[in-house]
Design a protein around this ligand. Structure first.
Ligand SMILES: Cc1cc2nc3c(=O)[nH]c(=O)nc-3n(C[C@H](O)[C@H](O)[C@H](O)COP(=O)(O)OP(=O)(O)OC[C@H]3O[C@@H](n4cnc5c(N)ncnc54)[C@H](O)[C@@H]3O)c2cc1C
Length: 416
């Protein structure tokens, strides 16, 4: 690119803000328009895989993130009795160049927003501006917005990036017949509780099987009183769809929808692990949200003229394997790289898409096949009451093969 571009980003979530910082670092003039009138630390926990943390490190954010997050030491698979099936060392403990970070999604978003405010300037960061649609006139993009007070406006740019999440307005403009996200019959209740650390205080655990699964990991360093903010997710399969998410979710996907403990206790109320009292933890929830497990079919293309998509707007996927935020961050880095080498804007957007679309489509597909959760199902089928010796139930080599296959396809860069 021979001159700085005016780049407009619709959506100030994890993907849009990382793109803003990465594009700004390449010398472009970036403007962010976020629909929410006032940013609040919404959401619960997410995981950033080491290759996404490496991107945030190049943006100078690692020390601040380390102070807010937990450096995950391992991902442990367990049965519904809490017995360990497989332990996959993560981050620095797993031989990666960077830590894997378990972090509060809303606090991460606010941190990225504050950084973008400081680096781009307040005049380029707008809240309460909801993108409605966009049109191209020659090589210019004109984007229409609705403001929080109901008024409307238009912004001009050389490039428009739709980072506006799973209900993306731009995606709907280009694919008007796509309809609602596809549901696989699984409902997720996401909560946080303040509790004593479990295991080493840095482990993420997935326990159970395809009908009921409990995922738990800490998302903040221990407080002075020794307690820790712990994120947990109760997954219950409410309907069977076969595999591929052909169902319509019971209500519109909304990250703020409160959940009810009464929906969880009949299933998880008896899950007392030797190292964690699951019902005790969920009954102490400080926050509980309900979210259906949805995704969308991969798109044939993301670029339309000088407009493209990024993150969940481009490739919403089931939150399996810690890929939602990670892949959005990798999109941001790739887009910034392509928009900084000498080539036309269209060629840069095509190169970005050629690198990112097939990989994300593959992850969507792998997650529909349950990702690494297939390990849990195998053990549940073979030993529903638990096991005395794991090797009587499953060959550790079988697990290794599954794990290696998934991680290679999801772009893990483990150095040993
Ligand atoms: C409020 C909220 C809470 C979440 N909580 C969790 C969680 O607890 N755990 C988890 O794993 N994932 C959570 N997610 C999803 C997760 O952040 C994403 O899957 C992932 O980080 C990819 O990020 P993204 O930037 O593509 O999308 P998102 O993080 O969804 O960001 C999209 C942004 O675009 C904004 N937006 C939407 N429509 C428009 C529009 N028309 N114009 C302008 N802006 C628009 C949204 O307000 C949002 O800020 C949450 C998302 C949101 C929006």
């Amino acid at each position: 690119m021979d001159k700085p571009l005016d780049i407009l980003i619709a959506g100030g979530g994890i993907g849009g803000l990382t793109a803003a910082l990465a594009l700004h670092a390449k010398g472009h003039r970036v403007t962010v328009c976020e629909a929410t009138p006032e940013l609040k630390p919404l959401g619960v926990g997410i995981n950033l895989l080491p290759h996404a943390v490496a991107v945030l490190d190049t943006l100078g954010l690692l020390p601040a993130l380390r102070a807010m997050a937990v450096e995950t030491s391992a991902l442990v698979f367990a049965n519904r009795h809490g017995q360990e099936i497989y332990r996959d060392p993560r981050g620095l403990d797993g031989g990666y160049s960077h830590p894997q970070l378990s972090i509060h999604r809303g606090q991460l978003q606010l941190k990225l927003w504050d950084e973008a405010l400081a680096r781009l300037g307040a005049e380029r960061m707008h809240t309460g501006e909801r993108l409605l649609g966009a049109r191209m006139v020659g090589s210019q993009v004109f984007a229409q917005f609705q403001h929080a007070d109901g008024s409307s406006g238009e912004r001009r740019a050389d490039v428009l990036i739709g980072a506006d999440g799973i209900h993306s307005a731009l995606r709907r403009q280009f694919y008007p017949d796509e309809g609602a996200p596809r549901w696989n019959g699984m409902m997720m209740w996401r909560g946080t509780s303040i509790a004593k650390p479990f295991l080493d205080g840095r482990t993420m655990v997935q326990a159970g099987h395809r009908l009921a699964k409990f995922v738990v990991y800490p998302i903040a360093p221990p407080a002075a009183d020794g307690t820790q903010l712990i994120n947990w997710i109760c997954d219950r399969r409410l309907r069977e769809d076969g595999i591929g998410g052909g169902l319509s979710a019971p209500s519109r996907e909304d990250w703020s929808k409160p959940g009810q403990l009464a929906d969880l206790l009949p299933t998880f109320g008896s899950w007392h692990f030797p190292w964690l009292d699951v019902p005790g933890l969920i009954q102490n929830a400080t926050q509980l949200l309900e979210w259906p497990m949805v995704d969308r079919d991969p798109l044939p293309r993301w670029r339309h003229g000088r407009i493209t998509l990024l993150g969940d707007a481009a490739h919403p996927m089931y939150p399996i394997g810690s890929n939602g935020a990670t892949q959005a961050i990798l999109d941001a880095q790739c887009l910034a790289e392509q928009l900084s080498v000498p080539q036309s804007v269209e060629a840069a957007l095509d190169a970005y898409e050629a690198e990112r679309l097939p990989m994300c489509a593959k992850i969507v597909e792998m997650n529909r096949q349950e990702g690494l959760d297939a390990i849990l199902d195998l053990v549940e089928q073979r030993a529903p009451a638990g096991f005395a010796q794991l090797q009587d139930v499953i060959d550790p080599g079988e697990i290794d093969t599954l794990v290696r296959h998934y991680k290679a396809a999801a772009g893990h860069r483990q150095q040993r």
